[in-house]
Design a binder for this molecule. Structure first.
Ligand SMILES: [Zn+2]
Ligand SMILES: [Zn+2]
Length: 422
């Protein structure tokens, strides 16, 4: 047997976890500031939930989902994104009946069978949020500025650009689709095979095609943003005005299509030039029809998701030195009596909220001090027979190398005090 992880899946190693925590904690703090609460969802849903929300002609549903039959034959899918599950839970738990506004965030692993590249995995982590209920532009602007605040909090906005656009609604988008079909039809033969099919199934997706010939033609196509109805146009104008008033920097990019069918009106992407072709760090938008499509009441909503792996790559670029020390105190000891004393003291220090490690067995003092050095501890405590006899603990300050002894009867509190004063 070959011991390895599945292609496209990866571990977050303990030495990197601190960085992940930093980003996650920043996001959670900003979510709380906006009154969002966490929803923990299963990673498996009935396939239909995704097929119906994402659209059967999208790349995700057509090619990328991990779908399999359950033992009773029902079709299950590992979630490729979070919004469909939130909408399913929103309906199932009648959240709409409890409050006119529901604010939810989630974190966790998503699964898509894509070609793995730098910053892109088949099993990847996302942080996302959904604001369900209101359709007013202020809610779009709140969500977008919240995303921006999270990224600002993590210190990486210098690498980022926020782009926004509008995809219209059930009134102006069908008209726009007709315009697109009329535009692409004469070019049909020059489109790739997928796009020839898209011309019938979903012409909007042609705008997203990465094939050079297609994107060349698409660059001359009519733009949704010029085809908005009056309501959509004023909605978009108000989103922009609110973002301006919140001081969130953005550019309007009419080229944003988004890979999913459920988006209406506002869409946005946060991109970076630092990661090669994997340039989207966060994305989202309004999806006023999704909850209804899944069998719930009409519920306008706006949401976003961001990819943790790409965020972490940018975070590494911004803070290459990594994060702080792992522990505060390391206890080295010599002799049976000292080992027992060390164990007691370690428990006491942890009880005082001080992260503490000790040597378990009978290693030489030299090798214990080596480990203490590597641990990043601020203080190393040394207990030998002499210290036991005199009722003291030797304290080495790992920054200065200076050594002295505890003077108090209770070394735990004294050590806590020393750490506090540093
Ligand atoms: Zn194409
Ligand atoms: Zn419209």
């Amino acid at each position: 047997m070959e011991t390895r992880s599945i292609r496209g899946f990866h571990d977050v190693l303990p030495e990197d976890a601190k960085r992940w925590h930093r980003v996650e904690e920043t996001a959670k703090a900003v979510f709380e500031l906006h009154g969002f609460s966490e929803l923990r969802m299963p990673v498996l849903e009935f396939t239909e939930i995704f097929a119906r929300s994402l659209g059967t002609t999208t790349d995700i549903v057509e090619k990328e989902m991990y779908t399999f039959a359950d033992r009773d034959g029902s079709s299950l899918t590992l979630r490729p994104e979070g919004t469909a599950g939130v909408a399913r839970s929103y309906i199932e738990n009648s959240m709409w009946a409890k409050s006119p506004v529901t604010k939810i965030y989630y974190t966790g692993m998503m699964f898509r069978h894509e070609r793995p590249q730098k910053g892109r995995y088949r099993g990847f982590y996302q942080i996302g949020a959904e604001l369900l209920g209101p359709e007013e532009p202020a809610s779009d602007a709140e969500l977008i500025s919240m995303v921006w605040n999270i990224l600002e909090g993590t210190g990486i906005t210098k690498y980022l650009t926020l782009e926004i656009s509008s995809l219209g609604d059930g009134i102006c988008r069908p008209q726009y689709k007709e315009k697109l079909v009329a535009f692409f039809a004469p070019e049909r033969e020059r489109l790739c095979e997928d796009c020839q099919r898209r011309l019938e199934t979903n012409p909007l997706r042609i705008l997203d095609c990465k094939v050079k010939g297609c994107s060349e033609i698409a660059s001359r196509a009519p733009r949704m943003i010029d085809s908005l109805c009056a309501d959509c146009a004023s909605h978009f104008a108000e989103v922009r005005e609110a973002l301006d008033s919140a001081g969130v920097p953005y550019v309007v990019n009419p080229g944003i299509v988004r890979g999913l069918d459920y988006y209406t009106r506002t869409v946005f992407e946060i991109t970076t030039g630092e990661l090669g072709s994997q340039n989207a760090v966060a994305a989202g938008g309004r999806y006023d029809g999704l909850v209804e499509e899944l069998g719930g009441p009409r519920t306008p909503a706006v949401g976003f998701a961001m990819g943790m792996e790409r965020l972490i790559l940018l975070h590494q670029a911004a803070f290459p030195e990594g994060f702080g020390r792992e522990i505060s105190v390391f206890i080295a000891h010599m002799g049976e009596e000292a080992r027992k004393r060390a164990f007691r003291l370690a428990s006491e220090l942890r009880g005082l909220g001080i992260s503490t490690e000790m040597e378990y067995g009978g290693k030489s003092l030299k090798s214990q001090l080596k480990r203490a050095d590597k641990s990043g501890a601020r203080l190393t405590l040394i207990i030998g027979e002499d210290e036991i006899r005199r009722g003291v603990v030797k304290v080495r300050d790992m920054d200065t190398g200076k050594e002295d002894e505890t003077t108090e009867i209770n070394p735990g509190l004294e050590i806590a005090g020393r750490l506090g004063g540093k």
